[in-house]
Design a protein around this ligand. Structure first.
Ligand code: C2E
Ligand code: CA
Ligand code: CA
Length: 717
């Protein structure tokens, strides 16, 4: 019952009131202790007084009675020796006085409040005194009537004995009193030590009680605070669903309520942050981080498909129509994708014009249906800003775990598949197919590439670049092939991506540069003015040795730097944009020409290209194919040409295959054209012969239009 009340009190009372209560209780205890101790001491003093005072007074009285009686006896003895009467008179007076004093003492003794004194003793003393008084009187009377001799005899016979008896009695009284006093002192000492024990016991219990109180109070404060600390710790650990106790005592309750509020706000804020961190703000789709996490979880478990989607020609559309339209287009694409990707599958925007789909549990046959659905959804015409837009996309597909289960590797392989799809002008490609060669023979391939470099099995083919204004071949692009002893001539698509992946490209490119610079220097010596272009990959661009090596080579061969052009794809710039930019600047300072390859296939915008120290822009083949028939491609290429002219960049159209494409480019003031329609890539020793024939042909055209060698007989791959 009391325990319950205490518990309730501990739950309700504030820490302050608990402390006040505890200290008041302690103070009260101490006060009670001191009051009690002083009271005990006081009674002790009083009883000591009582014990000692009374017996001492009684002993004094007995002693006094004894002394006076003795004195009176001495006077009597002197009287008995004094024959002269007149000398006896003063002695009588002194005797009387002594007897009176003795009587008074005995009377006081009789009257005294005397617990320890038996009245019988007092009566005995009084009686003895009375007897002695009577005999004394008789002795005195005998002195005066019968003379000293009779009196002396009487004294010796009777008075002396009575005196002795009286003296003995009073002495025994004194002794008794003394003994009594000793007894009292002993009793007093006992009582004092009892009091001391009591005080010690009370002090000890007060201390014990105080300690108990302190313990209880500190527990009643520490435990609820400990609860609050535990709550704070669970919040810190990110467990937001644990129950928060109601708490004991108002302060702790307030603290716990504050913690609960704090937790609620943290949850809200974290949700907001997570939303920002995991959701793409433009489309509202999950973003790359979200997707990668989902992919990591999915690929660690069962099987499924990862599809990456890249919008074709997004950058030029974005440039031509403006970013606001581009953003709306992305929003519309996101909505269409969301509509055709249902849970548990996932669609996300990875960035730019790249989207990704995760099809859980999907296999190759199921994915064909998914791909078709996506393409159908995207190809439905879109109207934005009153303009009709036809969207198309390239898809790369990989399967986990068949193609791997590392999310980054899966993504990279899907990316490679997209590139392959774009290159092949297909809507989609499966990573597994395209890397089959590489997959199975990767290690041997790497060893073989090393051997190829040593044995000089890599061959450089040159593809002409036609300067449209004066119908002259002004340059060539070096394109690598591998003359394999068993497989024959291998196209770069089949080994360059692998060389880039393994880093082996860093060994190939320096060799390539040496060869190309050597060829270009030779052409110059032969009086053939050709700018030699060559392709360098991201790894080459970021390689600091490239710039120094190139500079040395140019000095050695005395080739003017502007006779060399380096083609770089925009994606190569994206790996490490800052360092890439730095190296581009250094290369530009050397004086070599720089060209952006495959423009439009990636995300780079003209606004971005403008910030780079480049001289040339090569429009991707996908825009040039049937440019003369496709109004959208035409609009894009046309606006790109116009913008490049304004930016002082020369424009190269890649993949020109037909006469009408070439004519369209010429009419629209494109600077340079390259393609099978002009000339296929050829080995270096065929170049002069081809140039001779083609220049002759060019000179023969009436309107100065370039002659087209559609399907020339030069060897190509
Ligand atoms: P690229 O730099 O865009 O090279 C142009 C590619 O388009 C060449 O393919 C060329 O043969 C092809 N081409 C040219 N005109 C036409 C045409 O009218 N129609 C069609 N369908 N294709 C045309 P190739 O030689 O197979 O090279 C493929 C890619 O391999 C190159 O694309 C380039 O990215 C890479 N590559 C080639 N040689 C090298 C090299 O030495 N170093 C590096 N890093 N990459 C290289
Ligand atoms: Ca190129
Ligand atoms: Ca290209």
């Amino acid at each position: 019952m009391i325990g319950d009340t205490l518990k309730r009190f501990a739950q309700l009372a504030s820490i302050r009131s608990r402390l006040i209560l505890a200290f008041s209780a302690l103070l009260g205890l101490l006060l009670a202790l001191s009051v009690m101790a002083s009271q005990r001491l006081e009674t002790l003093g009083a009883s000591m007084h009582e014990f000692v005072d009374q017996p001492a007074r009684l002993a004094l009285l007995a002693e006094r009675a004894n002394q006076h009686s003795q004195y009176a006896a001495i006077q009597l003895l002197r009287l008995l020796q004094t024959p002269e009467r007149d000398r006896r008179i003063p002695l009588y007076a002194q005797m009387d006085a002594a007897m009176t004093a003795s009587d008074a003492a005995i009377a006081s003794l009789a009257q005294a409040d005397n617990r320890a004194y038996p009245q019988a003793h007092i009566a005995q003393v009084t009686e003895l005194r009375r007897r002695y008084g009577a005999l004394f009187q008789e002795t005195v009377e005998l002195i005066e009537i019968q003379g000293l001799t009779q009196a002396r005899a009487h004294f010796e016979r009777q008075t002396d004995a009575a005196l002795k008896a009286l003296l003995d009695e009073t002495l025994s009284l004194t002794a008794r009193q003394q003994a009594l006093m000793n007894l009292e002192v002993e009793r007093f000492e006992q009582s004092a030590s009892g009091t001391r024990l009591q005080i010690v016991a009370i002090t000890a219990s007060a201390l014990l009680l105080g300690a108990l109180l302190a313990l209880l109070i500190s527990r009643s404060i520490v435990i609820p605070i400990g609860e609050a600390v535990a709550v704070a710790e669970t919040i810190a650990a990110g467990h937001y669903n644990e129950r928060i106790p109601h708490g004991r005592g108002p302060e702790v309750q307030v603290l716990l309520r504050a913690l609960a509020l704090m937790r609620r706000n943290i949850v809200i804020r974290e949700e907001r942050i997570t939303r920002l961190a995991y959701v793409d703000s433009l489309t509202g789709l999950p973003n790359r981080a979200h997707f990668m996490e989902a992919l990591a979880t999915a690929s660690a478990g069962e099987h499924g498909a990862l599809v990456i989607l890249n919008i074709d020609r997004f950058a030029p559309i974005n440039n031509a129509l403006g970013h606001a339209v581009g953003d709306r287009m992305l929003g519309e694409i996101a909505a269409r994708l969301r509509a055709c990707v249902a849970t548990p599958h996932l669609v996300a925007r990875l960035g730019g014009d790249e989207f990704a789909m995760l099809y859980k549990g999907s296999d190759r046959s199921a994915s064909a249906g998914h791909i078709q659905m996506i393409l159908d959804a995207l190809r439905r015409p879109m109207r934005l800003d009153g303009q009709r837009l036809d969207i198309d996309a390239s898809l790369g597909v990989v399967f986990y775990p068949d193609d791997g289960n590392d999310p980054t590797a899966l993504l990279r392989r899907a990316d490679l598949a997209i590139k392959a799809a774009k290159r092949r002008h297909d809507s989609f490609a499966f990573a597994a197919e395209l890397e089959d060669v590489v997959q199975h023979e990767q290690l041997t391939l790497l060893g073989e590439m090393r051997d190829a470099l040593v044995r000089n099995d890599f061959v450089i083919y040159y593809q002409p670049k036609l300067h449209l204004a004066d119908a002259r071949i002004s340059g060539v692009e070096a394109l690598l092939r591998w003359q394999h002893p068993l497989r024959g001539l291998i196209a770069p698509d089949l080994f360059i991506p692998f060389a880039e992946q393994t880093g082996f490209i860093r060994e190939i490119t320096p060799w390539l540069i040496r060869e190309v610079v050597g060829h270009a220097a030779q052409w110059r010596r032969d009086g053939v003015e050709l700018v030699a272009s060559l392709n360098i990959s991201a790894l080459d661009l970021l390689n600091p040795a490239l710039i120094d090596g190139l500079q040395r080579l140019l000095i050695q061969t005395s080739l003017p730097a502007e006779m060399l052009c380096l083609e770089i794809t925009e994606s190569a710039l994206m790996d490490d944009p800052e360092r890439a930019h730095e190296h581009l600047l250094a290369l530009a300072r050397l004086g070599v020409k720089l060209s952006i390859d495959d423009y439009g296939a990636g995300h780079a915008s003209l606004a971005y290209v403008r910030t780079l120290p480049v001289h040339e822009l090569k429009i991707d083949r996908s825009f040039i194919t049937r440019v003369d028939q496709q109004p959208k491609s035409a609009a894009i290429v046309r606006s790109t040409i116009v913008l490049c002219r304004e930016l002082g960049l020369s424009v190269v159209a890649e993949g020109v295959e037909t006469a009408s494409e070439l004519e369209w480019l010429q009419v629209n003031h494109c600077d340079l054209a390259q393609g099978f329609g002009i000339g296929r890539p050829m080995p270096v020793h065929e170049l002069y012969g081809w140039l001779a024939i083609s220049h002759a042909g060019l000179a023969g055209t009436a309107a100065g239009r370039p002659a087209l060698q559609v399907e020339s007989d030069s060897k190509t791959v």
